[in-house]
Ligand binder design. Sequence first.
Ligand code: ADP
Ligand code: MG
Length: 271
Amino acid sequence: MKTLEAKSLVLLRHHLKALRLPTVSAECEKVAAQAAADNADHLTYLLQLLELELLDREKRAAERRLKAARFPTIKTLDTFDFTARPSVNKMLISELARCEYIDKRENVLMIGNPGTGKSHLATALAAAACHKGYRVRFFRTTELVTALIEARDERTFLRLKGQLAKLDLLVLDELGYVPASKVGAELLFDVISTAYERTSLIVTSNLPFESWTEVLGSERLTGATLDRLTHRCRIIETRGESYRLIDAKTRSRRSAERKSGQALDEPQVAK
Ligand code: ADP
Ligand code: MG
């Protein structure tokens, strides 16, 4: 077979760059050598190359979405120990990881004591959504409220609201740690009601619903917020004690077991 001259190869790379096909550019020679060895025809070669480009493109886009979501830490469902948290239904979490609730604009509420895995699950589910192509943003609720208050009288407010409106999934973590001011509560309500039936929300809170008035101030606002949030939503309760505590107890028990095991293994010295 006739091979491409060096000059034409430079031209090919130039075209591939102009067409923004970096993976085709990086892989074309290697795949061509393999295709020649396999006696593959031109169309098979083209198909293989374009599949590589597409896979890489999807990977890069997912990485961009993960970065844009601004997760404080990366958590996955693989590292979540469901046996330590029996109140969390593994089947439901796997279903949520498939993201159909986002297509249906449904919400997820996670309620439970501190350290029971709410942020872990919220991050892992939101990261799964990034991988599936959804636009996601993670906020600690106080961080969002502060940003909204600071931007309130400026053009940045509209920009921030515009950014929120483009999302498929918005995570509001830790609603309830700090009581919001009257203005803060109203701005938060505005975000939640704008998202209603347009953007899915994952909200985590250490407070049971009956205590939300402590955060949002008025009963009227709390009622209206809960009405929007809980209409078509999945509620996950992470009951029990903090995972850090469970983890610490398991570790100390294991190390005690190791020590007593060692003691048994030690040679018995005749007295
Ligand atoms: P919360 O948001 O409910 O306060 P976090 O999700 O921040 O709790 O959990 C505290 C720490 O414990 C995190 O590092 C988290 O990854 C870990 N963790 C919590 N629950 C589990 C679990 N069931 N399996 C594995 N790690 C867990
Ligand atoms: Mg948390």
